[in-house]
Design a protein around this ligand. Sequence first.
Ligand SMILES: [Zn+2]
Length: 215
Amino acid sequence: MFVGHFAAGLAAKAAEPKAPLFLYIAASQFMDWGWSGLVLAGVEHFRMAPTLPGSPLDLYDMPWTHSLPGALAWSVAGGAIAKYLFKVPTRAAAFVGAAVFSHWGLDLLVHRPDLEVWPGGPRLGFGLWNHPVPEMIVEMGLLAFAALFWSAQRTREGRSTWTAGLFLSGLVLVQYISVALPKDGPPQGMALSALATYLIVTALAWLLDRKPASL
Ligand SMILES: [Zn+2]
C-alpha cells in the first residue's frame, strides 16, 4: 500500500470537511512520515528483498511506528496536532486521528506479517502484497471511490470537481514512478524519496483545496 493510503484522507475530507485536505492527506501517511524519519535516523530498519513476490520491502524492524500501540500513539498525536496546532474543531481533529490510524488498518491488509501487536509481540499482516495485481486493483479502487466521495463533497460546496481528476492523476503518476524506480539503493535513499513524495502530495493537496483568495 502506497498511494492507496491517501484514499482514507480523501474519504475523511468528504465525511468531515472542517479540516483542510492537506491535513487529512498528511494524516493518512503520518505513520510513514515517522517511519521514513526513523529509518533515516537509524532507529527503525528494513531491507530490500527482491526475491519476495510483489513489494520487495522486508520491514523487519519498525516497532515505534507500525506496532499497534505505536499506531495508536501516532493517531492521538495526529489528532492533537490538528486540534492544537492547526486549530481545527474537535470532531474534525478526531477524523484526522482516525485518518492516521487508517494507515495501520490498510497496512494490515497488504503487509506480510510485520505489524507487531506490541513491540516484540506477535506480528500481523494479511499479505496482499504477495499478489501484486489484486493488490494494485484494491489500492486504485479505494482511491477512485474516495475521489468520488471527495468530488461529491466539493459539489455540495459549489466548488469545481476537476481537482479530483488532477489529484488522482498525480497519485497514479507517483505510484508508477515508485514501481518503476530501481530498488537496489540503500534503505536510507528509499526512505528519503518516500518522505519527499509525501511532502509533494501534501503540498498538492494544499494547492488543490485552496479557496479562491477573493472569497
Ligand atoms: Zn506504513
